[in-house]
Design a protein around this ligand. Structure first.
Ligand code: ADE
Ligand code: ZN
Length: 342
């Protein structure tokens, strides 16, 4: 693929709507934090960690991902993690991120939920002040745990709502999908919706199209995270197209977790060309081999996306973001000006 198109991708203003901040923990920082905090890692070197990132499916990844997150202990650790992600995002011309964080991964180890909120928020606010970088936080419930645990997590976080009102906009649902359908979390999503939180959920990554239907009908989410298995259900595809329901697709993640065997088989281009509101995101970039530009470039190369399609993908993400219409328009204008100039 031409380097000219790669340069076009690098310069494109972007929004990232599917990024697990714990999934941006690079092996170097993992090692440094392990040493500082006296955490024993089952690896001798950074190279050994990277070599272990050879996944057969979602669960084989989650096992390493939760083990790696154990090095995060202090407010400064969460700040450093988030700060490092923001640096990578800025380098990729990402203007806005709505990042996922998993409090249960940390509170289960005795880390206070305030520690998690505070470190992530401090990095996002600092980047907003210094670089005009825009961020929001989406608290995700771990679906392999019970709904009672999710409700307890929401209740533990609620006293922080005012302090983080500028950042904490929504709740989501992640972790092991198959066997943990959206219905399991109907009550906690009803509570969160009544409180005015924006709603998203992972669905149709490994789980069947029925999980996408129930994320929409039972949880009433406003975006579907992944959603790639929607293609198996023509009625669902028509529904997603007509409603312009955003899908936060993560191409390199899908490849690394064997959701697709080859990037050339990825359905992102087909879904985009059918008129679905598809976006490109990095999911867990430290584990899957790339941040936003790497995801755009790998997808563009494998699926022969043109400039118009790349602009449409970036446009979809700004439109699907949970910001004011005024802010969206500013970014969309910037995007159109970029597209015109290039
Ligand atoms: N948590 C982090 N990454 C995830 C993914 N791709 N699917 C489900 N849960 C996750
Ligand atoms: Zn994800």
């Amino acid at each position: 693929m031409s380097t000219q198109l790669h340069d076009f991708i690098r310069g494109l203003p972007k929004a990232e709507l599917h990024l697990h901040i714990e999934g941006s923990l690079e092996p170097e920082l993992m090692f440094a934090l392990a040493q500082k905090n006296g955490v024993q890692l089952p690896y001798a070197s950074v190279e050994e960690v990277r070599a272990a990132y050879d996944f057969a499916d979602l669960q084989s990844f989650l096992d390493l991902y939760y083990a790696g997150a154990a090095v995060l202990q202090t407010e400064q650790d969460f700040f450093d993690l988030t700060h490092a992600y923001i640096e990578r995002a800025l380098a990729d011309n990402v203007r806005h991120v709505e990042l996922f964080f998993d409090p249960q991964t940390h509170t289960a180890r005795g880390i206070h939920i305030t520690t998690v909120f505070s470190g992530i928020a401090r990095a996002l606010r600092e980047a907003r002040a210094k670089n005009g970088f825009s961020g929001a936080m989406i608290l995700c419930f771990l679906r392999h745990l019970s709904e009672e645990d999710a409700i307890a997590t929401l209740e533990a976080a609620l006293p922080l709502r005012d302090e983080y009102a500028d950042l904490w906009t929504g709740v989501g649902l992640d972790s092991a999908e198959v066997g943990n359908p959206p219905e399991k979390f109907a009550h906690v999503f009803t509570i969160a919706q009544a409180m005015g939180f924006r709603l998203v959920a992972h669905a149709g990554e490994e789980g069947p199209p029925a999980y996408i239907h129930s994320a929409l009908d039972v949880l009433q989410v406003e975006r579907i995270d992944h959603g790639v298995r929607a293609e198996e259900d023509p009625a669902l595809m028509a529904r997603l197209q007509q409603s312009r329901m955003p899908l936060t697709v993560c191409p390199l993640s899908n490849l690394k977790l064997c959701v697709v065997k080859d990037m050339r088989e990825h359905n992102l281009a087909r879904m985009l060309r059918t008129g679905l509101c598809v976006t490109i995101n990095s999911d867990d970039p430290a584990y899957f081999g790339g941040y936003m530009n790497a995801n755009y470039i790998a997808t563009a190369d494998a699926l022969e996306l043109g400039k118009e399609e790349l602009v449409q993908l970036a446009r979809n993400a700004f439109e699907a973001s949970f910001v004011s219409d005024e802010q969206k328009q500013l970014w969309l204008d910037e995007l159109e000006a970029y597209a015109q100039q290039h």
